[in-house]
Design a binder for this molecule. Sequence first.
Ligand SMILES: *Cc1c(COP(=O)(O)O)cnc(C)c1O
Length: 427
Amino acid sequence: MNIQHSQEAFLRAQELIPGGVNSPVRAFKSVGGIPRFIESGEGGYLIDIDGNRYVDYVQSWGPLIFGHRDESIENAVIEAVKHGLSFGAPTQAESELAALIISIYESIEKVRFVSSGTEAVMSAIRLARGFTGRDDIVKFTGCYHGHSDALLVQAGSGAATFGTPSSPGVPADFTKHTLLAEYNNIDSVRKCFIDSPGIACVIIEPIAGNMGLVPADKDFLAQLRALCDEHGALLIFDEVMSGFRACLHGAESMTGTKSDLVTLGKVIGGGMPVGAFGGRREIMACLSPEGGVYQAGTLSGNPVAMAAGLASIRKLRENARVFGILEARAKRLMQGFGDAAAKYNIPLQTDVRGSMFGFFFCDSTVSNFEDALTSDTQRFAKFHAAMLDAGFYFACSQFETGFISTATTDAMIEETIEAANTIFGAL
Ligand SMILES: *Cc1c(COP(=O)(O)O)cnc(C)c1O
């Protein structure tokens, strides 16, 4: 595969932009190799600037559930652009998208739009703190909630539940209110509630997608709900990735556990920068200007972004059976990978939730970040490079989730399985 133009573009970008990218994972650091510079997307395919075509299992890291250049989304955006790009004043599209989301998510009674998932989470946490009058928060190791200071934490020393910064530039003072628990381990959450009397909220990806795909157990979520209720803490479901990806009505409909606040992003923007957070009316009433918890944004609820979001979510609601179709394809892909791995004695764990799929090169089931870390990342890197070279674009890290779009056809899935058979044979 000729990637000369991407090579040159990457060298140039590295002179101009730190690492040549505007979000670190795009630089391919954990798998090596040259990130492809993209010319365009077409349905289920990405086309790079050397003219190579790839079956796209990244889909802009989740948003593009209808694939690239979906006609109805594209037209909605073009129509919106003709009315003006931004007004900094309310538009009816915001209420329309809000009404749609409220009608679909049982636990959302009011919603506020922002411009990214990071912003949605950061604001939801501020709101939880404002509502409860408490400072401490609990997050789970391996869950990602955007890049705001208080959430860039790693385990501290020994048995301490309080986290320490995972990035230079984050003062320890800013993370001292963030406690860390282990995913799918309720005792570790109990310990947080023992260590801190003032927990405002527990935030979790109910279907974790940022340590690879690791769904939470139903029982664990139910126990988490009970613990939060017992201690007067709010439960936040971060569904920036899983929202409208795993199913239509959110993790609450799949797991039976309801949250107090939900954060959304990715799919609700249909490829445009949109985030949102919503929940019970009494909690949302604390938000400025109704209440005192400040939150704002020049481009929040941007009309072009709302148009893309509306077109996507409307289309999903009208075609709710699409999730079953996507799930069947994702399962077929993972089954194909599993069979190929078994044939060559390669340990592989796979899982699927709706249009989300994940696979780990390790021996036993993955239920938390520690388990995920047992996977063979060198083997993954080889797999990634070989698949890319064969025209299949997978996320460039073992700890990411893959996505099926409605434009990912059965034929593409079969081609991918065929390629994986050859490549697993050579691993
Ligand atoms: C992507 C993601 C975020 C951050 O969203 P951005 O739009 O990248 O800021 C937050 N939480 C989860 C679960 C995500 O997957």
